[in-house]
Write a protein that binds this ligand. Structure first.
Ligand code: AMP
Length: 188
């Protein structure tokens, strides 16, 4: 069983690479962004709580995010391995994830950070905005999301670096080449 965290700023290609990794390795995909979007779309009590926060581009409070993640883990006791996409985004989230994994006799084996410049991310999201029409891709909200990444989420990297689990993959270029480089790290 391998558990993987795919890390990177909004628009780094985490969604695209996740799909390919799931196909190849059979991971259970846990994307907290997708889960929150499901809740807001279906107007659940959780969705109602997070809708405004998400639309502003801010991070949902840790307490809510960690509880939702735990529920998702508990739904999949037979998972061959998890691929975490968009989680953890803060150090308390990373610590909670370590604790959940440890409680199940497991661990996060690989953290793969997609290295993409801020400029590239902005170009990609502008393109995605025209295709997916995501409310949080609008420019002002995007600025907030990028700020959240560079002020809060980036601090998760040293957490995993200290554990010797962090690897970086160049996230600009051909999708297949990026995928190959991720697979090399997983198969090491
Ligand atoms: P994403 O699709 O991963 O970019 O997530 C979309 C939005 O969902 C983010 O801008 C946050 O508002 C919220 N979100 C997703 N994952 C997290 C997380 N791990 N911690 C806090 N907020 C999150």
């Amino acid at each position: 069983m391998i558990n993987l965290v795919l890390f990177g700023p909004p628009g780094a290609g985490k969604g695209t690479q996740s799909e390919k990794l799931i196909q190849k390795y059979g991971f259970v995909h846990i994307s907290t962004g997708d889960l929150f979007r499901w809740h807001t779309k279906n107007d659940t009590p959780l969705g109602k709580r997070v809708k405004e926060i998400m639309n502003s581009g801010a991070l949902v409070p840790d307490e809510i995010t960690i509880a939702m993640l735990k529920e998702e883990l508990d739904k999949n006791p037979q998972a061959k391995g998890f691929l975490f996409d968009g989680f953890p985004r803060t150090v308390p989230q990373a610590e909670a994830l370590d604790a959940f994994m440890k409680a199940n006799g497991s661990a996060i084996h690989h953290v793969i950070a997609l290295n993409v410049t801020e400029e590239e991310v902005r170009t990609r999201i502008a393109k995605r905005r025209t295709i997916e029409n995501r409310a949080d891709d609008e420019e002002e909200k995007l600025n907030k999301r990028i700020t959240e990444y560079f002020t809060k989420t980036i601090h998760v990297l040293p957490h995993y670096e200290k554990q010797g689990r962090l690897n970086t993959v160049e996230g600009v270029g051909n999708i297949e080449d990026i995928f190959k480089n991720i697979c090399i790290l997983i198969n090491k």
